[in-house]
Design a protein around this ligand. Structure first.
Ligand SMILES: C[S@@+](CC[C@H](N)C(=O)[O-])C[C@H]1O[C@@H](n2cnc3c(N)ncnc32)[C@H](O)[C@@H]1O
Length: 355
């Protein structure tokens, strides 16, 4: 899966354990799905998953990993990945923007991406198969990029992986879950809560002012293939400026989150948040306790890849260290089974009154 800021890769075993302790089966809404890793982990456990994200590339990842079922698409996906891997590169929009006018990818890989993307566009593929192939292309491109995990900038010196030739792999699809067919949506969370209901909701909203569309604009352009006008050194799509989310705004996030918490139609709520966001642990407890009894679990975690690499100057030399390399990831649970969860995770449960 792609490198992604705020991805819950390390926390997935804990999140799935918490959710399976609430209800052993049933349906789950993943309202801010990102890489779709959490939804994937839950579908694997047999849950029917409704994944949603505001960005198109994320909805495509979820259409592949959550919505598409292995028994339906495995063979066709294999055929198409082999076919697309044989295509010769061509010079096009992607190569110009992200290899010649900037240095996110080496030219031969950019040309390959152009050729594969044009071919996917030319075929009238069913939505789920198209999503599988676009996911495969995003992941292949991610394996040969020259960034430190976000697309706000590229490295001054080529990354070692950027010299490798781009190669598609077949995404590991899951069979349909025992609880029912899963679905992926692309919508603002505030609109989606009006339309979905389930046993459990998992919320992992953005935690600061940095918009995901700005950090992952290349994936959005690759998936939409609308060849937009771009600006700046990073060649961002111009609509990055206008696509806003209340969850990125310090002023609006409390109100937006309170609306989601109050209105979402589920029996249990599980929320991820870390101690680096706009919202403090105590504010989150206050927002959640209007809904029922709250339990907080805490786990220390390594910070995102950029923080591990350090602070660099314009020439790419390391000029400083980031102040801290670990943060605390919280999992808040609001549920009639809150006390049961506390008893199940005695080493992680924290007092609601800790500083
Ligand atoms: C912290 S990330 C989720 C990471 C995900 N749990 C994972 O493991 O990959 C937050 C996600 O919220 C999405 N997002 C931001 N604003 C949104 C909104 N208003 N409605 C729905 N999704 C939104 C972002 O695109 C981003 O993918």
């Amino acid at each position: 899966m792609i490198k992604y800021l705020g991805s819950k890769r390390v926390l997935i075993p804990l999140i799935t354990q918490v959710i399976t302790s609430l209800e052993t089966q049933g349906s789950v809404i993943d309202l801010f799905s990102g890489t779709a890793r959490v939804g994937y982990g839950l579908k694997q456990q047999g849950y029917q998953v409704f994944a949603n994200d505001i960005n198109t590339y994320a909805a495509i990842l979820a259409a592949c990993y959550v919505q598409a079922d292995a028994q339906r698409w495995r063979d066709e996906a294999k055929y198409w990945v082999q076919e697309l891997n044989q295509i010769k590169g061509i010079e096009g929009y992607f190569t110009k923007c992200f290899c010649r006018d900037s240095s996110f990818f080496q030219v031969p890989n950019g040309q390959k991406i152009d050729a594969i993307r044009e071919r996917i566009e030319a075929e009238s593929l069913p939505y789920e198969l198209r999503a599988i192939l676009l996911t495969s292309l995003m992941e292949a491109a991610d394996r040969v990029d020259s960034t430190c995990g976000v697309q706000m900038s590229f490295l001054k010196r080529w990354s070692v992986r950027s010299y490798k030739p781009l190669k598609l792999r077949v995404p590991k699809l899951l069979p349909k879950a025992t609880s029912g067919k899963s679905y992926a949506y692309r919508a603002d969370a505030l609109d989606m809560i009006e339309q979905l209901s389930a046993d459990i909701a998992y919320l992992d909203p953005p935690y600061n002012q940095h918009k995901y569309i700005g950090n992952y604009h290349i994936w959005e352009s690759l998936v939409l293939w609308d060849k937009p006008e771009v600006y700046g050194v990073a060649r961002k799509r111009v609509d990055v400026r206008d696509r806003l989310s209340a969850f990125n705004s310090r002023r609006q996030i409390l109100k937006a989150l309170q609306r989601v918490i109050d209105d979402i139609d589920v029996n249990h709520l599980v929320v991820s948040f870390n101690n680096e966001g706009h919202i403090t642990k105590d504010e989150m407890i206050q927002l959640l306790s209007r809904r029922g009894e709250v339990v907080v679990l805490a786990q220390n975690s390594r910070r995102y890849v950029g923080a591990q690499i350090g602070i660099h100057n314009q020439q790419g030399a390391v000029v400083g260290k980031v102040s801290h390399l670990h943060n605390t990831e919280y999992i808040f649970v609001v549920s009639p089974k809150a006390q049961y969860i506390k008893a199940q995770f005695p080493d992680l449960a924290v007092s609601l009154y800790d500083a």
